[in-house]
Design a protein around this ligand. Structure first.
Ligand code: ZN
Length: 280
């Protein structure tokens, strides 16, 4: 079975039970088989993701340099082109923005939004490392991790319904913080909610598969995480505060390379050989 078919099968397994049980929302199975509690519908999550993205846009300078934007779009679009069609989001429906900020950070949120900080572009050494970051972020979205994170918060706080969170003007500051932290965007609000080990592992696995299938060298995923962990000394990259490194992350990514190299080579043979150039 090709990688794409495998991914597709996984997503169908995830999405079909979801589509049937949306009104009741509840337990679902994540793409790598974890049980997960999802209290919000994809439609609600898309609206919440878009709302949180607008918040970031309102508070962070947008990088307009065409070369830099071309680089990030080139990598992102190569990955998005390989998403299973049944996921229902066309590549061109994603909004991809570069933010002018030194923090080593990048994110993706439901509703088809990707943000990459210029600090992350300074950190990565090549297109493949950037693809591993963006692939990891897209995978958090596909596996509905922000829905799971928000649902956990909603279990313990009555004011956090999706309907309440979507009200723009009447939302209290604390509620706003809960939304942003569930989306992985809490740093600006002083609320950092790290992804769990299970979510990190799932985003690592799916993201590395996606990058190989898009024609990016999957060996660079381990290189990037190793570099990120060694940078910064006492002030590690902001990215690591929301994406904590499981101790075996580099080992896992290295082990999976054996399985992914044939997929990568097949992608290159099929003409999926991105040549995205970093420009300043
Ligand atoms: Zn992560």
């Amino acid at each position: 079975m090709s990688l794409n078919l495998k991914l597709l099968t996984r997503f169908i397994r995830t999405l079909v039970p979801l589509a049937g049980g949306l009104a009741l929302a509840g337990c679902a199975t994540s793409p790598t088989g974890e049980n997960t509690l999802l209290l919000n519908s994809p439609t609600q999550m898309n609206a919440l993701g878009q709302k949180s993205f607008e918040q970031v846009k309102a508070n962070t300078a947008i990088e307009t340099n065409p070369g830099i934007n071309r680089y990030v779009r080139c990598v992102s679009e190569a990955l998005l082109d390989r998403l299973p069609a049944r996921y229902g989001i066309q590549p061109q429906q994603w909004e991809i923005l570069v933010f002018r900020n030194e923090a080593v950070n990048a994110f993706a949120v439901p509703g088809g939004k990707i943000g990459v900080y210029t600090g992350m572009l300074d950190m990565v050494e090549n297109q493949d490392q950037l693809a591993s970051v963006i692939g990891h972020e897209i995978s958090h979205v596909l596996a509905q991790h922000s829905n799971a994170r928000l649902s956990q918060q909603q279990l313990t706080s009555a004011g956090l319904s999706a309907a309440n969170l979507l009200l723009t003007n009447r939302v209290e500051a604390g509620t706003q913080q809960a939304l942003m932290s569930a989306m992985g965007l809490g740093a600006q609000y002083g609320v950092i909610l790290p992804y769990s080990r299970a979510h990190e592992r799932e985003a690592d696995v799916l993201g590395q598969e996606l990058m190989a299938d898009a024609g990016f060298d999957p060996r660079e995923a381990a290189s990037l995480w190793r570099k990120m962990a060694s940078e910064g000394g006492s002030t590690p990259p902001e990215f690591l505060s929301t994406h904590p490194a499981p101790t075996n992350r580099v080992t896992l990514l290295n082990e999976r390379v054996q399985k992914l190299l044939p997929i990568y080579l097949e992608a290159r043979d099929a003409g999926r050989a991105p040549r995205c150039e970093a420009q300043r």
